[in-house]
Design a protein around this ligand. Structure first.
Ligand code: NI
Length: 272
């Protein structure tokens, strides 16, 4: 992507999907299973993760979607995980919402702060100021040893350090499906086809009373190249969201922090 050329929003969303579906064969397979069932898959939202560093926080990343007409809506707090998040909506509600979370570095220990500072120093400002930041992957070098040490403190910090800037997950808009009416049937379909679901807080997070129900796969491991070798680590997951009406014909568009809190765990390492 030419850094000076602004892509159309459709092109940018397409690049996001290509990056995500290439890195995560499991998500692509599930997407194809829906398509093979006669579905046209519409995305409810695309999620990003970052650090609240002045150069890389939500304020920095969101500039690249705000220029395409996205507007900040809800905000969310995750005290235990030391995360803050905002979601962005486009006036065209057929376009996916963008959910961006950030790790609150000032609440982390000095090891995490120092390692993040080393990462940020390696990113050219021209990248931070361009849309390429949303599909650039990891723009720094690092070791698996540091990854593991970060993971011991924060699974979230280790994920961002290993994968950088790219969609953390895409989410299927369940309301727009025709063959599947609820999350129970989707979960059965996904499991029957051999994919593991995130069980933290139960398979389905949220209730109709919350106006949002969500479930997600557990991120499958992919091989990632580090300075000290290649290692298999959990990459991205696929999520499913069913929304309920706030009034006749109007679906709730926000998120539920207590559900999102558990969904973050879809990228946790096994056996930890
Ligand atoms: Ni999500």
């Amino acid at each position: 992507m030419n850094q000076n050329k602004t892509q159309s929003l459709a092109q940018l969303l397409d690049l996001m999907w290509k990056d995500y579906s290439t890195l995560n064969p499991a998500a692509l397979k599930i997407h194809q299973l829906f398509v093979n069932s006669g579905e046209k898959v519409i995305n409810d939202h695309v999620a990003y993760r970052t650090f609240n560093h002045p150069k890389l926080g939500i304020k920095s990343l969101s500039r690249q979607i705000e220029k395409h007409g996205y507007i900040a809506k809800g905000e969310y707090f995750f005290k235990e995980k030391r995360l803050y998040a905002q979601h962005f909506e486009h006036h065209d509600l057929s376009l996916p919402k963008i959910f961006i979370s950030e790790l609150e570095l000032e609440k982390m220990d000095s090891f995490v702060q120092q390692e993040v500072e080393k990462m940020v120093e390696q990113i050219p400002n021209s990248l931070i100021e361009s849309e390429r930041i949303l599909v650039c992957g990891r723009p720094w070098t690092m070791t698996h040893q540091v990854y593991s040490k970060l993971a011991a403190t924060s699974e979230y910090a280790s994920w961002v350090s290993a994968f950088g800037f790219r969609p953390n997950h895409f989410t299927v808009n369940v309301n727009a499906l025709t063959q599947f009416k609820d999350l129970e049937s989707i979960n059965q379909f996904v499991k029957k086809n051999g994919f593991a679901l995130n069980q933290a807080g139960g398979e389905i997070k949220g209730t109709p009373a919350d106006l949002l129900e969500q479930s997600s796969t557990m991120a499958e491991e992919v091989t990632v190249q580090f300075e000290d070798g290649s290692f298999k680590i959990p990459a991205c997951y696929y999520e499913f969201a069913r929304r309920y009406e706030i009034s006749k014909g109007i679906l709730y568009q926000g998120f539920i922090a207590k559900s999102a809190d558990k969904i973050f765990e879809s990228t946790n390492r096994k056996n930890q």
